[in-house]
Structures are given as C-alpha cells and as structure tokens.
Write a protein that binds this ligand. Sequence first.
Ligand SMILES: Cc1cc2nc3c(=O)[nH]c(=O)nc-3n(C[C@H](O)[C@H](O)[C@H](O)COP(=O)(O)OP(=O)(O)OC[C@H]3O[C@@H](n4cnc5c(N)ncnc54)[C@H](O)[C@@H]3O)c2cc1C
Length: 436
Amino acid sequence: MPSEANSLTFIIVGGSIAGLASAYTLSKAGHRVTVLEKSSAPYDHHSGSVHSPPNMTRILKEWGLKQWLDEVGVKADGVVFRKGDTGEKIGVLVYHPQIMEALRADYVFVPYRSLWSTLYDMAVKAGASVRFGANVERLNPDLPSVFTSGGGELKADFVIGADGRESVTRGFVVDQAPRGVVDTLCGFTLTVPTLSLKADPDLAFLTDRPDWNLWLGDRSCIHGYLSMGRQEYILNLILKSSDQRFRQNWQDRFPPSELNLDLSGYDTRVRKLVGLAEAITPTKYCHYAALSNLLHDSGKVFLVGEAAHTLPPNYNQNAALCIEDAVTLGALMSRAKAKDVAFSLASAFEDIRQLRSAQVSHSEHSRYEMVTLPLGTEKQKLRDESFRAALPRALRGWEDADEEYLREVWEEYIALFNYDAYEAVEDWWTKWGSFL
Ligand SMILES: Cc1cc2nc3c(=O)[nH]c(=O)nc-3n(C[C@H](O)[C@H](O)[C@H](O)COP(=O)(O)OP(=O)(O)OC[C@H]3O[C@@H](n4cnc5c(N)ncnc54)[C@H](O)[C@@H]3O)c2cc1C
C-alpha cells in the first residue's frame, strides 16, 4: 500500500456498479477517491436483478459479503431451456454442486438496488466521497480534469470513466469512439412478487426450484429467475422493438399496456406472468465495437465497466466484468508507490482487462445469438435437436455423469467462471513488477 504522502487522487465519473466498486478498491488501496454521479440522489428505485456468476460471487465473498448474498441473492440450480410457444423443457444445464464447489462460488441473482447500496456503503466506509447531481460534461484528459454542468472544474491525478453505455468519458479517451448501432432487439425488465405466482396454479411451478428458465422464441427470448431471497420473480424479455421512446437506461418505467409487446409466439403462462407486472423497464441495446484502447495517450484517463466493454443488457457477465475491473484496479494501484509507477500500472490495467473482456464479450455475444435464433433456420433446428439429444445425459446425477458430455459443456463456462482477477494482477506483477 502507498504511504499517505504517495497516495493518489482519483475522480470516478459515474456511481453505479463499476464506479462504486472501483471507489471501494482504490480507497482500500490507500488512495483518495471522489465519485461524481449525475443522478440527484442515492439510487432507491425498484428494478431488476443482476447476474453474479461464480467469478463475481467469489469476489463478493472475499469482500465479506457472504451473509448479504445468502440473504438477498438466489443461487441458481441450473438453466432450463424451454420452447417459447409451449414451455416444453428441451434442454438443461445443471450447476452440479461438485462443479460449483470446485469453482468456490455459485451463480447467484442479486437485486440491483441492494447491490448498489451495499457497494455505496462499502465505498464510503473505505473513505471515498460520492457527490450526487454532478453531471460531467467534458474532460481535459491531459491535465486531467473534469467539468461539471454547474461550470465547476475538478482536477485529480487520474480520471476514471465509469459512466456506462453512453459514456461521455469514452469520447475523450478513444480517438474515434464507436457510435452505437441499435440492435433490433430491446431488453425489458419486470418484477413480480413470488406470492402472486404461488397463488396461480399455472405459475406456481416457477417458484418450486431456483431454476433459471429460458424460453426460446422466434428471434427473441425470455428469461426468468427468482431473486430477493426468493421473494421476487424477475423476467427479462429480449424482444424485437423499434419504439423510439426507449433509451439505453434503466430508469424508465412503463405500464405494460403502454408497451404493445408482441408476445404472440409465447406460452400463455409467460404472457400471464408478464400481465402480473405493474411496470416494465425497457433498455434499448446498442452494439459498440471493441475499443482500440481503454487508456488515454496521457496515461491519466481510463475506462471501466460498461463504458469500456458493453454487453447485451441483462446478460451473464455485465456486472461481473465491472467487479473484476475494480479488483484489477485496486490490486494494481495498491502497488503505486509513486506517480510514474501508477502510469505503468494504468497501462497494465488496459492490457489485462482488454484481454479478459474480449474473451467474455465473444462468449456473451455468441450465447446471445444462440438464444435468439430465428425459428425455422438450420441453426435453430440444430440447436434444439442438440438440446433434446443431450437432455437424458444432462439430467444424470453426478455419480452417473457422462464425463465427455460434462467436458464439452463446461469447458467454456469454466474458463469464464474460474477467472481470478487477483491472480491476473499477481501474474502481471511477477512478470513485470521488477522493471518498475
Ligand atoms: C439505475 C440502474 C439500474 C439498473 N438495473 C439493472 C437491472 O435491474 N438488471 C441489470 O441486469 N442491469 C441493471 N443495470 C445495469 C448494470 O448496472 C450494468 O449492466 C452493469 O452491471 C454496471 O455497469 P456500469 O457501472 O459500468 O454502468 P451503469 O450501471 O450503466 O452506470 C453508469 C453510471 O454513470 C452515471 N453517469 C452517466 N453519465 C454520467 C455523467 N456524464 N456524469 C456523471 N455520471 C454519469 C449514470 O447515472 C450511472 O449511475 C442498472 C443500471 C442502473 C444505472
């Protein structure tokens, strides 16, 4: 850890998962951190849940959050792939306890609001200051400094852009920041109290087990799971939409009747479930090409979270990449004994995270494509046939498991889930640390 005299100042633009987690790790590493968040007050709306795959859950446990995870999270037993129109189970991926134990963490669904307030409390307790109503309009990346809407200028040793999909910071870091290309599919999030499902004989089955259900539709899909200590059922609809009212944010809420969602190809039970929601949050999805760099030429401004690597909304690794970014940042900057060393460490951050996010992004996008195939295509038929053929083997208990099948299915997941962000920094340090 740097001495007080060597501690650095950081401004973080954006106070959501990436911003607050980074504020926590950097403060713990002995640096002075100010988070600037454009929302006028702490986040207290009700929204959906984020996925915490094992690579993220392991970190949260290391941060002392096991009890919190047990209280508000719901551990998924596995994924159930269903035909969209009938709900028929055609495939499963079982999260065998033996595999999850080897990974030292579970796949957990955690409510966004609770994760936000937990990270906020941790960041503030570690010494970070969080300012609300601070909208950053532009940057001077060479100094570096940021200019907020009120006209104020704030300077620091480093500026970190954690300002999400429509990042302002990105435009100052990357020479030709890619313009987002709007996807034909849009994400919709809704939450229904589990009690309402239990009261309905058609829907009660969804509350029996903590399965992650995935209904495969025609160039669309719907996934659902229990969250908030099993008190809520979350549905994420990935549906075609060209509605101009939708934005890339998570704050808008519409009554279902105002959205004209086309659920005609879906099981009546799913439609019933959607009908139970009081409000639905649409999140427009834009594809951004991978960025050429995450660090400005000055070495003083860089990007984390969805500003650095955007993934389809409500996907598996969105929050996990943010938490890994924060760990990498904190672990590197805890070694910053002087400012010039910190520049090299910022550059190491870029190397380590670009490699990892490329791997995750590739896997996430191919999975997104796989679950939203158009019906009637060869690919879709092959997908469904393979699910069906593998179903008997997938349902076998651990004792009778087919090793070849497990290897085939789990190889890619293990690469994703077993990533250790602390270890990645250790490896980098072992290789390059002595040169600093
Ligand atoms: C309010 C909210 C609710 C969400 N709910 C869900 C959910 O239910 N399910 C889910 O899967 N994902 C949800 N997400 C998205 C989830 O947080 C992201 O997918 C990801 O995990 C975290 O990304 P991030 O922290 O990089 O960016 P984001 O979560 O997008 O946060 C970016 C932050 O930067 C702030 N910001 C943007 N521009 C500026 C600026 N110029 N100046 C200052 N601040 C700025 C924004 O207000 C926001 O707080 C939500 C995000 C938000 C902001």
